[in-house]
Design a protein around this ligand. Structure first.
Ligand code: SF4
Ligand code: SF4
Ligand code: FES
Length: 248
């Protein structure tokens, strides 16, 4: 008998529909990943008992762990489906949608909140691009390297999924947006908005909601130094608060 890959997938037809589990057995071939399993189901949407079902819905784009779109919970851990190799996973491979974001259907969620959080911290460098500004200011090598590590964030949501402080009871902005606030604050051009960013993370749902559980940094597939960034921002917001207080 030819080899198969067994999958157990949490399905849900829409945000308000009840969830259910379905099991699948798809043909195995070398080097396949979780996305290729889902493509097999799409090609032949029958469950492990041979009963016809609907194709599973999921999201993906780059297929090389750069865009973050295919993030889902695989065997209990939030990670990217495109880099989850079948031969490295115990079976049945259990797939569930991220739980901290609104569900669209099956394994597809709406990560809009992460992009709204980037707007909240003004995650951009304010330059006038209508004319040539010449070369930008130089950055000390150590700072450049730290900035590069922060810049690797792909807004995938793994850190939000792992953070106990990101839940329905809080308005916490989460570790990814906090790290990006620091990233833009250490940029020689980006720092012109530094005070506005510090204000943005000092309000409701800001940095003080972080409970320092450190789950975020452990799950980040891009090894973004999240807790180092949060500690640095804690110091920056404290100094900013004290400076304003003494100037009153
Ligand atoms: S910080 Fe890491 S885990 Fe969080 S969104 Fe960015 S890449 Fe994903
Ligand atoms: S340190 Fe803990 S509480 Fe703070 S953002 Fe990371 S996971 Fe969340
Ligand atoms: S498809 Fe882009 S990270 Fe997986």
């Amino acid at each position: 008998m030819s080899r198969t890959v067994r999958l157990r997938i949490r399905r849900q037809d829409g945000p308000d529909a009840p969830s259910r589990w379905e099991e699948f057995a798809v043909p195995h071939y070398p080097h396949m990943n979780v996305i290729t399993c889902l493509q097999e189901i799409q090609r032949n949407p029958v469950d492990a008992q041979g009963k016809a079902t609907t194709p599973v819905v999921w999201d993906c784009n780059c297929l090389e762990e750069v865009c973050g779109a295919c993030t889902m919970v695989i065997n209990g851990r939030a990670r990217q489906a495109c880099s989850a190799l079948v031969d490295e996973l115990p079976q049945p491979i259990v797939l569930e949608p991220l739980s901290k974001f609104p569900l669209i259907r099956d394994l597809m969620v709406d990560r809009t909140v992460m992009f709204e959080n980037l707007k909240r911290i003004k995650g951009w460098v304010p330059i006038d691009g209508t004319y040539d500004l010449g070369p930008g200011p130089r950055l000390a090598e150590k700072r450049r390297q730290f900035g590069y590590r922060l810049s690797r964030c792909m807004t995938c949501g793994c850190c939000m999924e792992a953070c106990p402080q990101v839940n329905r009871r809080t308005n916490f902005i989460g570790p990814a947006a906090l790290a990006q606030a620091l990233y833009f604050n250490i940029s020689p051009i980006g720092r012109s908005l530094a005070e506005e960013r510090l204000e943005a993370i000092m309000g409701d749902g800001g940095i003080t909601e972080c409970g320092n559980a450190q789950n975020c940094v452990k799950v980040c597939p891009k090894e973004v130094p999240l807790t180092t960034a949060i500690a640095k921002l804690n110091g920056d917001t404290t100094w900013y608060f004290l400076r304003n207080w003494f100037q009153r």
